[in-house]
Design a protein around this ligand. Structure first.
Ligand code: SF4
Ligand code: MG
Length: 283
């Protein structure tokens, strides 16, 4: 049986020393090993950005796509090969700016893909510009007087779009991140895991220390219930989105694949796709 070591390859990441993305890479490898996957049973699809390099650093099937387009490719992979576990990954600029249309529709489609976003609240690869996750007032080369746009609360957005699995983590919390990725992979439907992954080179505000001071673990909130969507939204609003853990999970809603007649019978390319009438009527 494979372990996390079998998901390593010989490619040396060229991330800056201290970048949060190293932990996300390690967490994916550990989660895959813990679940009992073999490298040939996993596909990692990424977009463009520093974090987008991750598909080349994991020993599995991999596809380094174009900017903002990891999700269409990942969904296509899953539909074409039902036997693969599919992880899509990229940065906050990739998924929440140019790729936002794909993100929202993948969420509401509830296709069985795990989407891991490395959220550093900046564009790292292009040397430090404001992203949709940068706070108002954030100074960068593109906003020297401070950003005049408000940051997007992606966890609230995901709940509103009908997500069935919403989680958030911090790259310093490897154990918690591994556990959430395992839960995300095991979830039957689309899972969004936003990971605060500090950019040590360009973001001098949202540092490791800043996150340690500002994040609240949902495990520490008494009687938090991740099956309660209203409570999830309320908690996000109360903490300005700065929580970590499983925020919301709906185990009842069928995945996209479960509603496609014959999806489990034979490869998609050989199928006449139809929504199964009986299941459709139950919705
Ligand atoms: Fe990581 Fe930032 Fe360096 Fe990119 S520029 S590798 S996000 S620390
Ligand atoms: Mg970024």
């Amino acid at each position: 049986m494979a372990t996390f070591k079998d998901f390593r390859n010989k490619v040396k990441p060229n991330w800056c020393p201290g970048c949060g993305d190293f932990s996300v890479q390690a967490a994916i490898q550990r989660a895959a090993g813990n679940i009992g996957l073999e490298p040939e049973e996993l596909a990692v699809v990424s977009g463009i950005g520093c974090s987008g390099r991750i598909s080349g650093y994991i020993h599995s099937y991999g596809f380094h796509g174009v900017h903002g387009r990891a999700l269409p490719i990942a969904q296509g992979v899953k539909m074409a090969n039902r036997d693969l576990t599919v992880i899509a990954s990229g940065g906050d600029g990739d998924g929440f700016a140019i790729g936002m249309g794909h993100t929202i529709h993948a969420i509401r489609r509830n296709i069985d893909v795990t989407y891991i976003v490395m959220d550093n609240q900046i564009y790292g690869l292009t040397k430090g510009q404001t992203s949709p996750r940068s706070e108002m007032g954030f100074k960068t080369k593109s906003t020297p007087s401070g950003s005049v746009e408000s940051a997007l609360n992606v966890m609230e957005m995901a709940l509103t779009a009908g997500a069935t699995f919403v989680a958030q983590s911090f790259s310093s919390d490897l154990k918690g991140l591994v556990s959430l990725i395992e839960e995300g992979i095991n979830h039957k439907g689309f899972s969004l895991i936003n990971v605060f992954s500090p950019c040590v080179t360009f973001n001098k505000v949202n540092t490791y220390e800043w996150f340690k001071e500002n994040l609240t673990k949902l495990d520490d909130i008494e009687e938090y219930d991740p099956s309660n969507r209203m409570l999830a939204m309320q908690t996000l609003m109360e903490h300005d989105g700065l929580v970590t853990g499983l925020i919301y999970q709906n185990k009842e809603q069928p995945s996209y694949q479960e509603l496609i007649k014959g999806y489990d019978d034979k490869p998609l390319s050989k199928q006449d796709l139809k929504m199964e009438e009986s299941k459709f009527n139950e919705l």
